[in-house]
Design a protein around this ligand. Structure first.
Ligand SMILES: [Zn+2]
Length: 301
């Protein structure tokens, strides 16, 4: 994808190099302190005086109270040793920021066509783990995700390498597809689709809920494709870009992932759609480039 003439997004929070929720900055809230404590206890374990010192330090440094410190919950056990040193250059961050800005431009325009106002999300670039506003502690090992609670897309740039090495989906546009897919979830949040999805999901079986989740995911793929048409219209696509996105959509299909992980496919547990479904909804988005043709909930998927 040609990005030289694109501007960067001004809605990016770069949290890289921050050690975790507690010491990263004031925006993380109190809940991270328990996580820090847990991490230190597990990784060091130097006896109770050390622990007391940590608690006291936590009180002064974090401004929390003992309740916050000992109020550990299961999501905070995410503080395991999953950290792998990031090898990405800032070039990757610039690319992602420009793609993100491009989605903002596109969706603002599309919402306007529908008589709606688009409130764009924010992008958080982080490493290791970070506190989200309503989705617990985001962990890099979980891959990129969107948090509806704070309307932010979270990404650890090591995923860029993972796409190439682990998922065999190389290329800048593979990464662009991933970003556009996450932004697609924000579009669903803005349009109220996510809210009705969450309401429906509560009163149905797990199997039916999985099937509904597949439709939500395929719609995000459709929206990613719609954005791709927008950049094609701006003459920003390079040879092979769409193939890169299709390859990535194939690589992260549930059947392909399950096949690789378990050697078999379990359709009832699908939550993202098969490789073929994901590719075909991305291509449909690329064909129409609008909001209207992306109703995966009533379509025969
Ligand atoms: Zn998704």
């Amino acid at each position: 994808m040609k990005i030289d003439d694109l501007k960067q997004s001004n809605r990016v929070e770069d949290r890289r190099g921050q050690s975790g929720p507690s010491f990263g900055g004031s925006s993380y809230g109190d809940s991270g302190m328990g996580g820090l404590l847990l991490q230190l206890l597990f990784s060091r374990g130097k006896g109770k005086w050390f622990i007391i010192a940590i608690i006291l330090f936590g009180l002064f440094a974090g401004g929390g109270n003992i309740g916050d410190l000992i109020g550990l919950n299961s999501s905070q056990t995410a503080y395991e040793n999953t950290y792998t040193p990031s090898e990405v250059s800032d070039e990757d961050a610039i690319f992602i920021s420009k793609v993100f800005a491009s989605t903002e431009e596109f969706w603002t325009q599309e919402f306007k066509k529908e008589g709606l106002v688009y409130n764009p999300p924010k992008l958080v670039i982080y490493d290791r783990q970070t506190q989200t506003g309503g989705c617990g502690v985001g962990s890099a090992s979980a891959g990129p995700f969107y948090c509806p609670g704070d309307s932010k897309v979270y990404i650890d740039l090591t995923f860029y390498q993972e796409l190439t090495n682990k998922y065999k989906a190389a290329g800048d546009f593979a990464m662009a597809y991933v970003i556009a897919h996450e932004v697609g979830h924000h579009v669903q949040n803005e349009l109220g689709t996510m809210k009705s999805f969450n309401q429906k999901r509560q009163s149905i079986s797990e199997k039916a809920a999985n099937a509904l989740t597949v439709r939500l995911e395929l719609q995000a793929d459709y929206y990613a494709g719609a954005w791709a048409k927008h950049v094609e219209g701006q003459n920003l696509l390079e040879a092979g870009d769409i193939e890169e996105a299709m390859n990535a959509a194939h690589a992260v299909g549930d059947d392909t992932l399950q096949e690789a992980a378990y050697g078999q496919v379990m359709p009832d547990s699908f939550t993202h759609g098969t490789s073929e479904q994901r590719q075909s909804w991305f291509m449909r988005g690329f064909q129409y480039g609008d909001i209207r043709h992306g109703d995966t909930f009533s379509a025969n998927i």
